[in-house]
Design a protein around this ligand. Structure first.
Ligand code: FE
Length: 508
């Protein structure tokens, strides 16, 4: 499943192929979309299995923490205020903390006890269209991703500035302008890429997008101190909806999805901006290949499809290979119903497609690597931009049809073999993250961490799986005594940001 599409429809269950047993109940699935207004900090004491002693660092997750504002429900989870969760792991022990990002809008709305801003995904201020028409202020909601770079922990939302937080306390420190790279009112992608050292040292590569009748992508590369060492801009005709990109040693690759933007309902206070995007299957999807050295962009067309997230890309034999989660059309944001009533059968499912680009010929070949419904890919961080073997991705329990993510799938891209671990019927996946084992061998030697929702307990679990064999199930399950609403993206930082007085150490 993807949490992206929303359609107005009755609830249903999706049976496993060949089975009369439902893979999940809509009530279970939708119960993960409850607000979590409380802020916690505690040692996790309810642990099944054993946290691997070599697993050390801090998992940071971002996602909507509130699904309503003082009784006013959000229209879509993407309009929910960003809440950060951290789980700091060391010596087989783990410390949980969650804090809302104290954005200016969050503080103002909590003070006013009502919505003061329109949401991009359709949430309106109380009072109907008259109260919303021509109010084009953006609410920087800081709810999409969280990354750690150059000693800064940054909560990201792609249409506005990052917020900087204290990595230990999660206290909000204020807006961050990336050492002057962007200014007040500027924006920075929610999907920067960590270049693992294609040009020597590690870099953070990101972009800003300005779009309207034409679109401009500005590509930025930051060094380990957070200084910009490269920046250049590229303009293309037309509106662009670009959420993510793919990186190789020499290229940044963007997909310009075949969509258009008709802003009138947004201006008139009838719809959110993202609800005014429509898919045009008569137009091609354009691959925008931007050389990282600042040379001109090359545009290559392929058959229409829609991409939010890319898994990885690499250069091989003079070609560029890009693996992306593709939808056969835009999962449009139609209807006025409760987002918890998605008809998964009517919404396109993400599949993993491989695009092989021949730059000299200006052509792209497309093959499908995974046809099961998938989203949220992850891989060994050292393989970003390089040929790689293993990919992990959230997947539906059943091999066919669209459904919530309840399973984790491991793909061997060399052999096509897959492994699946499913938490169905009552477990629901978040984004997995691969964490390498220190001095590990191969790009599956490590752990996969998933903060998942356990509908049986109405609480969340952090599960830790051995990347070499996910079918064995979790080596550790850390049971939180509360839920974390379905989130978006996160990072694992190989530094422990928890308290220094670990309880088991004190017991000797
Ligand atoms: Fe995303």
């Amino acid at each position: 499943m993807t949490t992206y599409p929303i359609l107005n429809a009755p609830t249903l269950t999706t049976p496993e192929a060949g089975s009369t047993t439902a893979a999940y109940s809509v009530e279970d699935w939708s119960s993960g979309y409850r607000s979590q207004p409380d802020e916690h900090s505690y040692w996790i004491t309810d642990i099944e299995g054993t946290i691997p002693p070599e697993l050390e660092g801090t998992l940071f997750r971002n996602g909507p923490g509130l699904l309503e504002i003082h009784g006013h429900p959000v229209k879509h989870p993407f309009d929910g205020d960003g809440m950060i969760s951290s789980i700091a792991i060391q010596g087989g022990q783990a410390y949980f903390r969650n804090r809302f990002v104290r954005t200016a809008a969050y503080l103002a709305e909590q003070q006013a006890q009502k919505p003061l801003f329109r949401g991009v995904f359709g949430t309106q201020k109380p009072g109907g269209p008259l109260a919303n028409a021509f109010d084009l202020k953006l609410k920087n909601i800081a709810n999409t991703h969280i990354v750690y770079w150059a000693d800064k922990l940054l909560a990201l939302w792609e249409a506005a500035e990052p917020h900087r937080l204290d990595p230990t306390t999660l206290e909000t420190l204020g807006l961050d302008y990336l050492n002057g790279l962007i200014g007040p009112g500027g924006s920075f992608t929610a999907h920067p890429k960590l270049d693992p050292g294609h040009h020597g040292d590690e870099r953070l590569v990101g972009f800003s997008l300005k779009t309207g009748l034409s679109s401009t992508i500005s590509l930025y590369e930051l060094d380990a101190e957070g200084r910009a060492i490269s920046q250049h801009s590229h303009t293309l005709p037309g509106f662009a909806f670009i959420h993510d990109f793919a990186l190789t040693p020499h290229y940044a690759i963007f997909f310009q999805n075949p969509v258009s933007f008709g802003p009138l309902p947004f201006l008139l206070g009838l719809k959110g901006a993202a609800e005014c995007i429509s898919y045009d299957p008569k137009q091609p999807t354009k691959l925008l290949i931007i050389p990282r050295n600042g040379d001109p962009m090359q545009v290559i067309e392929t058959d229409p499809c829609f991409v939010f997230h890319h898994a990885n890309a690499f250069e091989q034999d003079g070609e560029i290979v890009i693996d992306s989660v593709c939808y056969d059309r835009f999962p449009s944001l139609e209807g006025a119903s409760d987002f918890r009533a998605v008809d998964f059968e009517r919404v396109p499912a993400g599949e993993l497609w491989r695009f092989t680009v021949d730059l000299a010929a200006g052509k792209t070949a497309v093959t499908k690597l995974i046809t099961r419904c998938v989203e949220f890919p992850t891989l060994h961080p050292e393989r970003v931009g390089r040929p790689y073997r293993h990919l992990y991705i959230g997947a539906a329990h059943a091999a066919e049809g669209n459904a919530p993510l309840q399973a984790l799938l491991k793909l061997d891209t060399h052999t096509g073999e897959t492994q699946v671990w499913s938490a169905a019927p009552r477990g629901f996946m978040g984004e997995p993250l691969f964490v390498p084992r220190p001095q590990g061998q191969g790009d599956d030697d490590g752990w996969v961490l998933v903060l998942m929702y356990n509908a049986e307990r109405r609480c969340s679990d952090l599960v830790v799986l051995d990347g070499r064999d996910i079918t064995a199930g979790p080596v550790a399950r850390l049971k939180l005594p509360h839920h974390v609403p379905y989130g978006l993206h996160g990072s694992f930082v190989p530094h422990y940001f928890g308290p220094s007085d670990r309880p088991l150490d004190a017991q000797g």
